[in-house]
Each structure stands twice: as C-alpha cells, then as structure tokens.
Design a protein around this ligand. Structure first.
Ligand SMILES: [Zn+2]
Ligand SMILES: [Zn+2]
Length: 137
C-alpha cells in the first residue's frame, strides 16, 4: 500500500501551518462577494478535508461572518501577515484550507464552481493572457 501524500499549507510569515494527509474530499472555486473581498482575488480556491486528515499549528485570529448562503463561517487568519489559512463552516467534521496556500501547481483543480453569477468573465479566457515564467517586465 502506498503512503498517503502529505502536504503543508502555510501563511506568508509561517506562523500558521496546516499539514494534510491524503487527498482533499473536495476542491472548489467560489466567486461570492465575501470570497472576492477576503482574497482580494476574483475567486477563492478552496480545499475541503476531514478534520482527522489535518494537523494545524499556530494561534490564528478568528472572524465569523454569515456567508451569502446564510450559513456562519469562521475564518482563521494570521494576526501577523493576514493570510486566511483555514475556515470552518456548518459541517462540524470539515475544514476548508485555502488551496493557494499550498503553493503547489499540481494541487487538484476545482471540481465545482459556485456563485458563478458573480464570476469574472475573463476567467474563461486566461489562455489568451500574455504569459511570463516569473514576474515579467
Ligand atoms: Zn502569517
Ligand atoms: Zn465564497
């Protein structure tokens, strides 16, 4: 039997980490207003795990908001660098880890896209955006 894959997600300063074992139960992108504001990006890239797959370190600051779905979501972010590394919603055994915080270009792609009424149109056309291997000129 092969060893389950282990991955580490962390905030920008490294004070918070989330180490995962195995594969996420689901990967999603969300274009809701709160996710756009939280990330400063066009959508959130989220991975969902069972709690027993994840080991967390660090002391986050927590912020609870009511999602557009009507459910309460508790966001945990680094008090030093501000990265929102994980969040907990209505499912008690599930944790959402910000998929971008793994900085793994081979991380699984979203299996579903939610709040597409607010999804930016350009996301359909990213193949046409000029590409640079690093920052570019
Ligand atoms: Zn940090
Ligand atoms: Zn959202």
């Amino acid at each position: 039997m092969s060893v389950p894959v282990e991955r580490v997600a962390r905030c920008n300063c490294g004070a918070l980490t989330a180490t995962t074992t195995g594969e996420p139960t689901m990967v999603a992108m969300c274009s809701c207003a709160a996710c756009q504001r939280r990330t400063g990006s066009a959508f959130a890239y989220s991975s969902f795990w069972n709690l027993d797959q994840v080991v967390l370190t660090g002391e986050p600051t927590r912020f609870t908001r009511v999602a557009d779905s009507g459910n309460a979501v508790e966001l945990s972010f680094c008090p030093t660098c501000g990265t929102v590394l994980w969040s907990r919603g209505r499912r008690p055994n599930t944790i959402n880890i910000a998929a971008g915080c793994f900085v793994d270009k081979d991380f699984p792609a979203p299996e579903r896209a939610v709040w597409d009424t607010l999804r930016h149109d350009w996301i359909e056309h990213i193949d046409g955006i000029p590409s640079h291997p690093e920052q570019g000129g």
